[in-house]
Design a binder for this molecule. Structure first.
Ligand code: GLA
Length: 377
């Protein structure tokens, strides 16, 4: 009898240990009210993986409000710019951390032809259409559902962009699934279907700064882009249509290079962009998920790898930040305070027959994935 009690105790002890272990491998999720927008409730979801990395995501604009990553000493700090409060995101014009849609980047003069019909979109960036228009996917409230698996947790966000919204044809059903994994990755899966042919080019717009909590600008951070070519632009940042080699130009990031090393060189393209604000043509983009770019901060040892299925990468070096925005941690965002690394199809694709097509047709599913993975070196 005594032995039976001891044995039972032992079995219970083992059981408790294994439950504890299971708990440890689960991503923690907490939800809090973030405010109201468009008469709808907005939440802020915090995901924490077993290493201690956190992603805070809101269903307003599908915005990543904060994302932490470890430095070489294991210290987790925020590697994105943004705001503390929802009101600041509602008033924001910089697209901090959001999902951009229906079309990421510019469409010349806000016009394109599709199946013999001309469509007119808002011109919200000089003469051009930018990032989906006046009220893009970054300014709407998405429906949210928590998703969880053995070593990941995240948020499934859905949004129906109605036929005619911002001038685009077709009801577009969009799903974006953000997941934080135990491998210190933020994975983003995009899906969309339509009932009329329409251009679709969704992207994520985090302002990355690997120094941690916005300690300094990104000029010393080293960028690698697996691209031998880029798409030069005119003075309004619309591609000329040329696919130009990067070799011998400040656009050559085929070897990791400090962002600040050539940013002030005399170069017409850098003048047009006020720094880097261009699309790179990723090498060997065959639609599979591939390591195509990385950003490394020698001071903190943080390394971010970017895996994508997309053929292009827009790199924007925060050229329009002028110190007028004070963001998280009370930091004033001045010029070159971030690297926005937007995986996408090329800008102005609807008007460029030689660029990969962005037209989604009824019966097809738009499906693409991008992963931001955090390591140290
Ligand atoms: C994109 C554009 C930039 C700028 C930012 C938002 O990256 O290419 O020119 O508009 O968004 O400020």
């Amino acid at each position: 009898m005594k032995w039976a009690v001891v044995l039972l105790g032992f079995v219970l002890f083992l059981g408790a240990c294994s439950t504890k272990k299971e708990e440890k491998t689960e991503i923690k999720v907490t939800v809090r009210k973030y405010g109201m927008a468009d008469g709808k409730e907005v939440n802020l979801y915090t995901f924490t993986n077993t290493n201690g990395m956190t992603a805070k995501i809101t269903n307003y604009g599908a915005i990543v409000q904060s994302l932490t990553a470890p430095d070489k000493n294991g210290k987790y700090e925020d590697v994105t710019l943004g705001y503390d409060k929802l009101e600041d995101y509602i008033n924001d014009k910089s697209y901090f951390g959001c999902i951009v849609g229906r079309f990421g980047n510019r469409i010349a003069k806000g016009k394109f032809m599709l199946d013999g019909k001309e469509y007119t979109l808002a011109t919200n960036n000089g003469p051009n259409h930018l990032h989906g228009g006046i009220k893009g996917f970054n300014k709407v409230v998405w429906d949210a559902e928590i998703v969880k698996g053995k070593d990941f947790g995240g948020l499934k966000l859905t949004y129906l962009s109605k036929d005619g919204e911002e001038g685009y044809p077709g009801n577009l059903n969009c799903t974006v699934i953000y997941t934080l994994t135990d491998q210190n990755e933020l994975r983003i899966e995009y899906k969309a279907t339509t009932d009329k042919p329409t251009p679709v080019n969704l992207t994520h717009h985090s302002y990355f700064n690997l120094s941690g909590n916005g300690k300094q600008n990104i000029l010393n951070q080293e960028l690698w882009i697996n691209a031998d070519y880029y798409t030069p632009v005119d003075e309004t940042l619309i591609p000329t249509g040329e696919i130009a080699p990067v070799k011998g130009t400040p656009f050559d990031f085929t070897k990791p290079t400090a962002i600040g090393a050539r940013i002030n060189e005399k170069n017409t393209q850098l003048e047009y962009g006020h720094g880097y604000d261009h699309n790179w043509v990723l090498n060997d983009a065959d639609g599979s998920l591939k390591l195509q770019a990385s950003l490394y901060d020698p001071a903190s040892g943080r390394l971010m790898e970017i895996y994508t299925q997309e053929p292009g990468l827009q790199f924007y070096s925060g050229n329009f930040l002028d110190g007028s925005i004070t963001g998280k941690y009370g930091v004033k965002y001045t010029r070159n305070y971030c690297a926005v690394l937007e995986t996408q199809h090329f800008p102005d694709s609807p008007n460029q027959p030689d660029f990969p097509s962005v037209i989604l047709k009824p019966g097809q599913t738009y499906h693409t994935e991008t992963v931001y993975k955090f390591l140290t070196k």
